[in-house]
Design a protein around this ligand. Structure first.
Ligand SMILES: *Cc1c(COP(=O)(O)O)cnc(C)c1O
Length: 428
């Protein structure tokens, strides 16, 4: 191994990594062939927005859904044109009313929370656990008011939220639970398939997720009623309810959230490869973890007993006090060594301008200032101290979702980290 005492690249020394990592690309010959067949058939979509056999979509949409049901072990899988749409459909399907409160993590992609606002309901942010970065059940329970109707549990970076604890809280308080499992498909929580423990859950199929169809998503549920409502919201509910004999008209405002035939045909092929992709990601991440063992003040990913991790991100936490160096300086040094894909912090959704100014629909503060909102909801800095500290100063992520790492790449990354750590004092 090369001497890690060579000067840091930041100070003019040789770069550890000289060629970029290969971009992650899960699409292969099978997907090309499947897409080509659909194009040749001339049927690129076959949905009808009325009560008809084609209300459920064309042959590939339905075939993909049956494959997903078998794969994830659920009664119903419903394809959707994006997972953002999936989250919106999920919030509507569980019957959330204007002004209802839904508890959500601040450490997630913004869509988890905006899906709540789309039904004029109120996102309430609970804090996260420092180990998994997922909702802290204690903070969730403390955030419950008499207006709370649901919990949006996010399985961030590829590790399941503490679903048994969250489901127990939901049961005690009569709440529904949605799983945003966009980043953790094909993982397990206590032997159960992540995403399937909630009343409704699902996965994203956008291009930086483990498997993709360009854009797309999959909803999963074991509840017949929720499944029917998801299908209605996906496809012009208001025009279908009468002929279908649906009498529960709550949130039967339909959208066009339909996935196409090409995407579904690609999805069928992608699903077959999911297990292998997740295993590959785990192999690279575990090699990285092994290589980083012993670096002072660096915490590697924590995996809870009986859980697996899909490593959408490889999450690390710095002990800034022990290191005596700012995170930005450490990242600067690592990037100078040639590592691409490091991120300082992740997100604090509650601090976005929309929440800070309470301006969402129009300019007058709707829904927060309207009488559908039952109380003053606090989005001030300080409400989620764990998520805020991680974002501000201690968290570093490596975007495994964008990079296809060979063993050699991982070993070079380890060498870069070791080189920077060996000379940490020079960064002070
Ligand atoms: C990607 C992602 C979404 C949104 O999925 P899209 O398919 O891009 O709409 C939602 N939540 C989380 C946690 C995500 O990572």
């Amino acid at each position: 191994m090369k001497n890690t005492n060579e000067p840091l690249a930041l100070f003019g020394g040789p770069k550890t990594i000289t060629k970029p990592f290969r971009r992650y690309n899960p699409i292969g010959a099978e997907e090309i062939e499947a897409a080509k067949k659909v194009v040749e058939s001339g049927i690129l979509s076959q949905f009808l927005g009325c009560w008809d056999p084609d209300f459920y979509g064309g042959p590939k949409v339905q075939e993909f859904e049956r494959h997903c049901e078998a794969y994830f072990g659920v009664k119903h899988a419903i394809t959707i044109n994006s997972w953002t749409s999936g989250l919106i459909a999920a919030v509507g399907a569980i019957g959330i009313e204007p002004g209802d409160e839904v508890i959500v993590s601040p450490w997630t992609m913004c869509a988890s929370a905006t899906a709540i606002l789309h039904w004029n309901a109120i996102p309430v942010f609970a804090d996260i656990e420092p180990e998994t970065f997922n909702l802290n059940p204690k903070s969730v329970e403390d955030s419950i008011t008499r207006f709370t109707k649901a919990i949006m549990a996010v399985d961030i970076f590829g590790h399941s939220a503490d679903m048994y604890a969250l489901m127990a809280i939901a049961e005690r308080h009569g709440l529904k639970v949605i799983s945003d499992t966009a980043q953790a498909p094909g993982t397990y929580y206590m032997g159960k398939v992540t995403g399937t423990l909630a009343h409704v859950g699902g996965y994203s199929l956008n291009y930086h997720k483990h498997i993709h169809t360009g854009e797309g998503g999959i909803l999963v549920t074991n509840d017949d009623k929720i499944a029917e409502r998801l299908q209605l919201i996906r496809n012009h509910a208001e025009a279908v309810v009468c002929d279908k004999g649906v009498t529960d008209l709550r949130n039967m405002i339909g959208y066009n959230f339909r996935l196409g035939e090409i995407e579904s045909a690609i999805g069928i092929q992608q699903l077959k490869k999911l297990k292998g992709f997740v295993a590959g990601r785990q192999r690279a991440a575990e090699r990285l973890t092994q290589g980083l063992i012993g670096l002072q003040g660096l915490r590697m990913p924590i995996i809870k007993p009986d859980c697996t991790h899909a490593y959408y991100m490889y999450p690390m936490v710095l002990d800034i006090e022990q290191l005596g160096v700012q995170r930005s300086r450490i990242i600067e040094a690592l990037e100078a060594e040639g590592i691409v894909g490091l991120a300082a912090g992740y997100t604090n959704v509650h601090l976005l301008p929309m929440y800070q100014n309470k301006i969402a629909y129009g300019s007058k503060g709707f829904p927060w200032t309207s009488d559908i909102c039952h109380r003053e909801v606090n989005y001030q800095k300080g409400i989620c101290p764990v998520a805020e500290t991680l974002h501000e100063s201690t968290y570093i992520g490596f975007e495994m979702c964008m990079n296809e790492l060979t063993d050699e790449d991982v070993d070079l990354m380890v060498r870069a980290f070791r080189k920077v750590w060996d000379q940490m004092a020079k960064l002070k």
